[in-house]
Design a protein around this ligand. Structure first.
Ligand SMILES: C[S@@+](CC[C@H](N)C(=O)[O-])C[C@H]1O[C@@H](n2cnc3c(N)ncnc32)[C@H](O)[C@@H]1O
Length: 240
């Protein structure tokens, strides 16, 4: 395992800590997850990054398909689990990926965006993906946190739902976040994602339907293609 060193800041609790703090058991979400969604459906790609790879579930599938892939995460414990499976990983933030511009042909980011600075992270995806590269991105919508608020078994989870909804409203309207841990999660909306994709040079190829909660999106499954023109524009700027 290559651990990108220095900034060993732990902005994210270990998977064990987080699990005990906020997550009800898996069956709570089982009616909403598309278990057969294929995050490794890349055709003819040469190098893939799984950003926020966690314990390597998707990363392992990509490698099994014979595609070189590297996992990126902040959580050292999760990365160690990947490394024990022989997966290549690097400790880094989604907002500052340790890859050269246009060096990747595929990217996966599954339920990670809510914990990042969304626009910077998507900007990094656009930078590292080569023209016509493919990205599979799964985000959390309002329904995910509303369900936490209204239907989770414990008060901690309900409070997590509430603070995430308040935090996201502040973020969307004023560009602010709540202080400390209160502002650590922002849900995604299709509208905001669409705007970011357009601005950063992504084309939405597929937006897969999944079960909603009270008519609101819970998981947002999207496949994107990196447009060629953004790189050209970036090159022109750096040439000038
Ligand atoms: C809900 S887990 C998803 C893990 C994996 N993608 C999966 O679906 O099994 C979110 C992961 O994102 C990582 N993460 C959170 N913020 C991050 C950031 N800014 N940069 C990179 N990884 C981050 C966490 O450490 C965690 O492993």
């Amino acid at each position: 395992m290559r651990l990108l060193p220095a900034k060993a800041e732990r902005l994210w609790p270990s998977s064990k800590e987080r699990h005990s703090r906020t997550k009800p058991s898996q069956p709570f979400w089982s009616g909403y997850i598309l278990y057969d969604y294929n995050f490794s459906n890349f055709s003819g790609v040469s190098c893939v990054a799984d950003v926020g790879c966690g314990r390597g579930a998707q990363l392992g599938q990509v490698v099994e398909r014979g595609c070189p892939a590297v996992g990126v995460d902040l959580d050292g414990e999760a990365l160690a689990v990947c490394a024990r499976q022989g997966l290549t990983v690097v400790q880094a933030r989604a907002e500052a990926l340790p890859f050269r511009t246009a060096s990747l042909s595929g990217l996966i980011c599954k339920v990670v965006l809510p914990y990042t600075e969304e626009t910077r992270a998507i900007g990094e995806f656009a930078r590292v993906l080569a023209p016509q590269g493919t990205a599979f991105i799964c985000s959390h919508g309002l329904g995910y946190y509303l369900r936490y608020l209204l239907a989770a078994p414990g008060w901690k989870e309900r409070f997590y739902g509430l603070r995430t909804i308040v935090n996201t409203c502040l973020y969307a309207v004023l560009g602010w976040r709540l202080p400390w841990f209160l502002g650590d999660t922002v849900y995604q909306t299709r509208r905001r994602l669409k705007r970011a994709y357009r601005r950063l040079g992504f084309r939405l190829i597929e937006d897969t339907c999944s079960p909603s909660f009270l008519g609101l999106p819970v998981f947002i499954y999207q496949k994107l293609e990196r447009a060629p023109w953004v790189l050209d524009a970036a090159n022109r700027r750096s040439d000038a």
